[in-house]
Design a protein around this ligand. Structure first.
Ligand code: GDP
Length: 424
């Protein structure tokens, strides 16, 4: 059976921790989209791990971790991260990589940086990891598949073709040095050789695993609102973070996905540009940012301060709906314990009309939040392990959110550590 863990919002919902927990009940953990452009924070007895490209199952010795064909594979980042994790986690993580995955190269990163610089203030808040140029090349059919790295002549031809196009851009638009096809061929051929021993046909591998009754966990990166088709375009990412995309980015049959767990925070947070209706500013925002997450709300990848705000039920209900969520995991509930009152956004006022449905970006940009106010519980809830032991006002808050998002909240996280979880 396949279970998916995905984000209901803008990313950084705390998926890493939930994935790490459920990885213990899985045989295989699979990444199916995105690249090293986000970060999952997992805290174990060995300390804090910020994972970017590796599936969160690497911290579990018995799990096979798979990087699917939908992922943007930065090979150097992959080996760097693998060595870092290996050095600290006390075992050798088992990782397999799709021979159809495409390679995120150094020129994708460079082009991403040059373009952000060119756009200046009008930029979309890229993490400058090369993701948008990578996916552009994939769909323009000039990307490099892992299997193509193994044949030097083929690789040289493909890279020459890339250079013919990119060098016009590099020299004409960005005024930067051109690509050197020979040097790039040598580099990526050598990296391909390093990768070869862990490369497999991922679709075959996963279909066989399913036939053998293995438990597969699909791990999404970012969240619904970053989906290029259904999110806050153009403040979106370049691959689909929807559970349904696991059928493409990992070759999983759609009917095999039985459980879809949408992760959301008990408040909202968002890194980068784009409309964010419930955003808090000034002291109120600073206080929440300082108290949020395990060490304040700062991006795991970029260190950028995250924008924070009240729980947005309009965005989250939409986020869960698009994911087809069967369950919801609510994280960071402990963070709200300091508040006298907690607001929840239950509607958007747009041009004088109130809506409960998340609209297109130009309308989200005009939306004002309509709030319900709930009483805070004002007690530290870390250390509580059963739902019944939570303060009544805290349970009322959870149940209010559940009603609003229309998905059962079956997991609650009340602290950053592995064991700080309540199952309902
Ligand atoms: P992901 O990308 O969805 O995995 O999210 P991140 O790991 O980037 O962000 C989640 C942040 O919240 C990290 O700093 C986690 O350590 C932290 N975190 C996760 N769950 C909880 C929780 O229940 N309480 C607190 N205080 N922090 C949490």
């Amino acid at each position: 059976m396949v279970r998916a863990i995905i984000g209901a919002n803008w990313g950084d919902e705390g998926k890493g921790k939930i994935t790490d927990m459920l990885a213990g009940q899985s045989d295989v953990v699979v990444r199916f989209q995105g690249g090293a452009n986000a970060g999952h924070t997992i805290i174990t007895d060995q300390g804090k791990f910020a994972l970017h490209l590796l599936p969160s199952g690497v911290l579990n010795e018995n799990v096979v971790n798979v990087i699917g064909m939908g992922v943007a594979l930065d090979i150097e980042a992959f080996f760097w991260e693998l060595r870092e994790v290996e050095g600290r986690c006390g075992h050798t993580p088992r990782v397999l990589i799709s021979d159809r995955a495409q390679v995120l190269t150094e020129y994708h990163v460079a082009l991403d940086c040059y373009e952000e610089e060119r756009l200046g203030k009008g930029s979309f808040g890229s993490t400058k990891s090369g993701i948008a140029p990578f996916y552009s090349d994939k769909y323009a059919k000039i990307g490099l598949q892992v299997c193509q790295l193994f044949d030097k002549d083929l690789l040289r031809k493909r890279i020459q073709n890339v250079a013919d196009q990119k060098n016009v851009l590099l020299e004409g638009l960005y005024h930067q040095p051109p690509l050197d096809p020979d040097a790039l061929t040598e580099k990526y051929y050598a990296l391909g050789q390093l990768l070869k021993p862990v490369t497999v046909d991922v679709a075959q591998y996963l279909h066989r695993a399913l036939r053998e009754g293995k438990r597969i966990l699909l791990e999404g990166q970012l969240g619904t609102l970053r989906d290029p088709d259904n999110g806050i375009f153009p403040f979106t990412t370049s691959s689909s973070p929807l559970a349904g995309y696991g059928t493409v980015g990992a070759g999983i049959p759609p009917r095999a996905i039985e459980e879809i767990i949408a992760v959301t925070k008990a408040y909202s947070s968002c890194v980068g540009a784009g409309p964010f209706v419930t955003e808090l500013f000034g002291e109120e925002g600073e206080e929440l940012r300082k108290r949020g997450g395990d060490a304040g709300e700062y991006g795991a990848k970029t260190g950028r301060p995250r924008r924070v705000g009240w729980f947005d039920a309009v965005a989250t209900r939409y986020g869960c709906m698009l994911q087809g969520a069967t369950d919801c995991a609510l994280t960071n509930l402990d963070v709200l314990s300091y508040l006298d009152e907690i607001k929840v956004c239950v509607g958007y006022r747009i041009d004088g009309e109130i809506t409960r449905d998340f609209p297109v970006t130009p309308l989200v940009e005009k939306a004002e939040p309509v709030y319900e106010t709930l009483p805070g519980w004002k007690t530290d809830i870390r250390g509580i392990r059963s739902y019944a032991d939570l303060p009544e006002k805290c349970r009322a808050y959870v149940e209010y959110l559940e009603k609003e998002i229309e998905v059962p909240i079956t997991y609650l996280s009340n602290g950053p550590k592995r064991e700080e979880m309540i199952a309902r």
